[in-house]
Ligand binder design. Structure first.
Ligand code: ADE
Ligand code: ZN
Length: 322
């Protein structure tokens, strides 16, 4: 349905994109029992907290730099196959440390996967380092400090993900100060599990260029106007929102309302196999569930490129392809 349209994705967690078949092969390779979290080719979770637990467990079967190269190359090849020209992957060097691989080897593996995918399909990709709220403010500062000193040119952004109900944005402000000081693009998960106040917090404390999800801003019309006035870009992931029951169905999802209120919106898949989705499905849903025309969908894609954390030359080259 949208096969003919070029696509970009600004919001996808690398380990969240792991195909179940690849995860199973990895689990067998390392003799790790994932049967509680992966059954009949499907990741098993039942609410946001158990999703995060499942995500962290599944991530543990990717252990070496080559595992990360393979995972990255596999996902980017899938994206390129459906017409995607640009992808930002949310990565967690802290996870690399936790599994004993080390942050540098983790990032180097991911960068090798990007290189291979680009060579085969021409897809461009950049990395957004994330801290995870549920590992606490010190670990989030550690992620920002890593991003600041790593000297990895493909790292161009900083994010905060994980359990949104843990702490307030202000608890993580120092990490964003570190990331801002070295010129990384800033984005933050807010207004997904928590209500409009978390989006207001993000604007008050961090003033990021983009917000991951942000959709519950719809609960506060003044906040929606503020987002529109500021030009803050929302990385909207409708399939994820429905899977996590942020909204009961697509008919009540506010993507169209936000766009009509002048908020700059884009579409992404978040953790596609966990939420039984894909970037292709999100684009198809933009047409079938939200009624956007091809021209409107191209506008979402253009907004994504305008808000991408890339150098101007790359941005112009990408825009020329839409
Ligand atoms: N980590 C992976 N997916 C996430 C999501 N949808 N929200 C917060 N943290 C995440
Ligand atoms: Zn996310």
């Amino acid at each position: 349905m949208t096969s003919h349209l070029k696509k970009v994705e600004l919001h996808c967690h690398l380990e969240g994109a792991a195909p179940p078949a690849l995860t199973l092969a990895q689990a067998r390779k390392y003799n790790i029992d994932v049967s509680e979290y992966l059954k009949d080719g499907t990741y098993v979770w039942h609410d946001f907290a158990s999703f995060l637990e499942c995500y962290d467990k599944i991530s543990e079967v990717y252990k070496s730099a080559e595992d990360y190269a393979l995972l990255t190359e596999t996902y980017l090849a899938e994206l390129a196959d459906v017409g995607t020209i640009y992808s930002e992957l949310i990565v967690s060097p802290d996870h690399g440390k936790r599994i004993g691989l080390g942050a540098d080897a983790y990032i180097d593996g991911v960068c090798e996967g990007i290189r291979r995918a680009r060579e085969t399909s021409g897809i461009e990709a950049r990395l957004i380092v994330t801290g995870e709220r549920h590992f606490g403010p010190d670990s989030v500062v550690g992620a920002a400090e890593y991003a600041a000193k790593a000297q990895k040119p493909l790292i161009t952004g900083f994010n905060l993900a994980g359990e949104e109900r843990m702490g307030r944005v202000a608890d993580y402000a120092r990490a964003f100060d570190i990331a801002r000081d070295i010129g990384l693009g800033l984005t933050i998960h807010a207004g997904e599990v928590c209500g409009a106040f978390s989006v207001a917090d993000a604007l008050d404390v961090v003033r990021p260029a983009r917000i991951g999800h942000g959709v519950r801003a719809i609960e506060d019309s003044a906040l929606v106007s503020r987002l529109a006035d500021l030009g803050t870009v929302l990385e909207v992931c409708p399939g994820s929102n429905i899977a996590l029951k942020v909204f009961p169905d697509f008919a009540s999802h506010p993507l169209r309302k936000l766009k009509e209120a002048g908020v700059r919106v884009t579409i992404s898949s978040d953790d596609p196999p966990f939420f039984h989705t894909s970037l292709k499905r999100e684009y198809d849903l933009a047409a079938s569930a939200f009624g956007f025309s091809d021209a409107e969908i191209d506008q979402l894609t253009r907004t994504g490129i305008e808000a991408a954390f890339v150098d101007e030359e790359t941005r112009q080259a990408l825009l020329a392809r839409i």
